[in-house]
Ligand binder design. Structure first.
Ligand code: R5P
Length: 292
């Protein structure tokens, strides 16, 4: 097996290869002055099982073009099998036509991956109406989760936690982490008005006295879901508030805003940042070992 780190996969590719004791190589990537993408392999691919590691953040669309160029090239250069590892996989939230004329991005991107890869591994995909990766992709698709790592982090670092999920969709993370820890979790309600405007509703009273409140969710993007959740929790008397997410996208100054609001924010390293303290390379390596 050869692990190849793409431009947004270098923070995990080499440690995955180290755990699996297999070869690692970096894909050369550059942009031309007119914004076109250029990629080049630096390793022999003939008869190899090639695993491309790419996390789709910041320049998401360039990241997509990069893996398509790489996969097609790997096939032409004789790779036996080409698999994509996506610590963060994008475009999953647009899973239906909410308004007339919209593209259902989730299905289109999944179709592209089907066309160019033999298999795909995704860390904590944001699945909602379509709940199974196996239904979304025609190729072999495997869901990996950081929930056990998040639970372990809480167990080691946060005493007397109360787990909160900020919206209905967060139960897969908040409730599951609560179950692993044997701690009660509570899922709040959310109304989304726009990308930047959400309202968080408390559906049942919660007792938070003397608790370290830990909000657990899959994605933090603008940070507004968490900021609004914190407003509600503070009204209930919460003082020590943590937020642990899998994918810390943190667009613009989201991280600064969250920290300024006094939230202890931690994420996994599916997307690198200064708060990415939970390492998912072991979970990815284990997933590859069991399924390849
Ligand atoms: C959506 O349901 C996700 O689980 C997150 O709650 C959402 O993506 C967070 O977005 P933002 O940080 O922009 O509020």
């Amino acid at each position: 097996m050869l692990i190849v780190s793409c431009s947004h996969g270098t923070h995990l590719g080499s440690s995955i290869a180290k755990i699996l004791r297999c070869n690692h190589s970096k894909l050369f990537f550059k942009k031309f002055p007119d914004d076109e993408v250029y990629t080049r392999f630096n390793a022999d691919l003939l008869n190899k099982q090639v695993v491309l590691v790419q996390s789709f953040y910041k320049n998401i669309n360039d990241c997509i073009i990069e893996v398509i160029f790489a996969s097609k090239t790997a096939k032409e250069l004789g790779a036996k099998k080409i698999v994509l590892v996506a610590p963060y996989f994008p475009y999953l939230r647009q899973d239906k036509r909410f308004h007339k004329g919209e593209a259902i991005s989730q299905k289109i991107i999944a179709g592209l991956i089907d066309k160019y890869f033999d298999g795909v591994y995704i860390m904590d995909p944001h699945l909602h109406r379509e709940n199974r990766l196996e239904h979304l992709f025609k190729i072999k698709a495997k869901r990996l989760t950081a929930n056990a790592l998040i639970a372990d982090y809480i167990k080691k670092k946060i005493k007397n936690p109360a787990i909160i999920g900020p919206d209905e969709e967060s139960y897969k993370w908040a409730q599951n982490v609560g179950e692993i820890l044997g701690v009660e979790s509570r899922i709040l309600g959310k109304k989304r008005y726009s990308s930047y405007h959400v309202e968080i509703m408390l559906n049942k009273k919660i007792k938070l006295s003397n608790k370290n409140v830990v909000i657990v969710d899959d994605i933090v993007s603008t940070g507004n879901t968490i900021l609004e959740t914190v407003k509600v929790l503070k009204k209930l008397g919460a003082t020590n508030i943590y937020c642990i997410c899998v994918h810390g996208i943190f667009v613009n100054d989201a991280l600064k805003k969250l920290q300024k609001a006094g939230i202890n924010i931690i994420s996994t390293n599916t997307i690198p940042s200064k708060v990415a303290k939970i390492d998912v390379s072991g979970v990815i390596a284990e997933g590859l070992k069991q399924n390849l």
